[in-house]
Design a protein around this ligand. Structure first.
Ligand SMILES: [Zn+2]
Ligand SMILES: [Zn+2]
Length: 142
């Protein structure tokens, strides 16, 4: 098994396949921090990430990571959490609802274009399944 450097403390550790990319002691610290943040949020559900950081002494970037990982949901929009696409403030995730919609539409357009292109290249052909071999065969239309 290969060794890695913990992205948080820099110590060499053995990564667990499929697990979090942190060393054992950082994982434990992170769990404690998460509990602290979580408890604070139950008493102040509308706190911003900055307020949580100030009150719990947990690093702001760790709090924002909890938010990104959807382990923590902030009620108030947080100015430090921004859409990667347009820069608007967002509550969770990486892009805002608007951009997600736009990206979805672009994807749909791409798929439609692909379908049209496929149609173009196949319009002089008929595609059918060969009964004997079971293969998809393309025959030029007469
Ligand atoms: Zn570590
Ligand atoms: Zn956006």
């Amino acid at each position: 098994m290969s060794l890695s450097n913990c992205p948080r403390c820099g110590k060499v550790y053995t990564p667990v396949p499929g697990g979090r990319e942190l060393c054992q002691s950082c994982l434990q610290k992170e769990e404690e921090e998460y509990k602290k943040v979580f408890q604070f949020m139950t008493s102040r559900p509308s706190a911003t990430a900055q307020e949580i950081a100030a009150e719990t002494q947990v690093d702001l970037k760790d709090i924002l990571r909890f938010v990104r990982e959807n382990r923590l949901q902030l009620v108030k929009s947080d100015p430090s959490l921004k859409c990667e696409n347009c820069g608007n403030s967002i509550l969770v995730g990486k892009i805002c609802a608007n951009c997600r919609k736009k990206l979805g539409e672009n994807l749909k357009k791409d798929i439609d274009k692909m379908k049209r292109d496929i149609h173009k290249t196949t319009e002089n052909y008929s595609i059918s399944r060969d009964k004997q071999s079971g293969n998809i065969v393309r025959r030029k239309k007469p």
